[in-house]
Design a protein around this ligand. Structure first.
Ligand SMILES: [Zn+2]
Length: 170
């Protein structure tokens, strides 16, 4: 069975809207979520401003991505297992990963403890998304499924009232 990427409604909608808004350019960012067996559950897609544009191509800034990720990790509920699970970006045309996309995620996955997703979203509606899952040694085509909304809400939004206090100023 192919590994699946289970997308939350918010993450999917956010990426599709970002893809359309960026046309004719590309945009992208990092995926936040967690692993469940061979599957990757994506709860959020963070948009990271591009480092530079070469033509319309998206190259994300490593420092902006790290900053966004640490901000997310700081603000989440300590019980929330969500963290970095991969990369996403848009294509003005069809959503098939290029050889550069494949090489990029294979390179990142070499040093990762768990599998990572490379998700490509088309700015045009026809085949809106495709994705790869990269392990340390393999690149697999992923299937899509929807994340279970109840769990997703629990995991990403259930924040105790005092969760964000106390950490910041000491
Ligand atoms: Zn690409």
């Amino acid at each position: 069975m192919r590994p699946r990427i289970r997308l939350s409604f918010d993450a999917a909608g956010g990426m599709v809207n970002a893809a359309r808004a960026a046309l004719p350019n590309e945009t992208g960012g990092i995926l936040i979520g967690y692993h469940e067996g061979p599957d990757i559950v994506v709860t959020q897609a963070l948009v990271i401003p591009p480092q530079k544009r070469i033509g319309n191509r998206y190259t994300r800034s490593a420092s902006a991505a790290n900053a966004a990720l640490s901000e997310f990790l700081q603000e989440r509920d300590p019980a929330d297992p969500a963290g970095y699970v991969g990369e996403w970006h848009t294509h003005p045309g069809p959503a098939s990963p290029s050889s550069m996309d494949k090489a990029a995620i294979a390179e990142i996955a070499k040093d990762a403890r768990n599998s990572l997703a490379m998700l490509v979203v088309s700015g045009h509606g026809r085949s809106p998304m495709s994705a790869l899952i990269a392990t340390r040694s393999r690149l697999l085509r992923a299937q899509f499924a929807q994340a279970r909304p109840d769990r997703e809400v629990k995991k990403t939004h259930a924040k105790p009232a005092n969760a964000s206090r106390g950490k910041q100023n000491e």
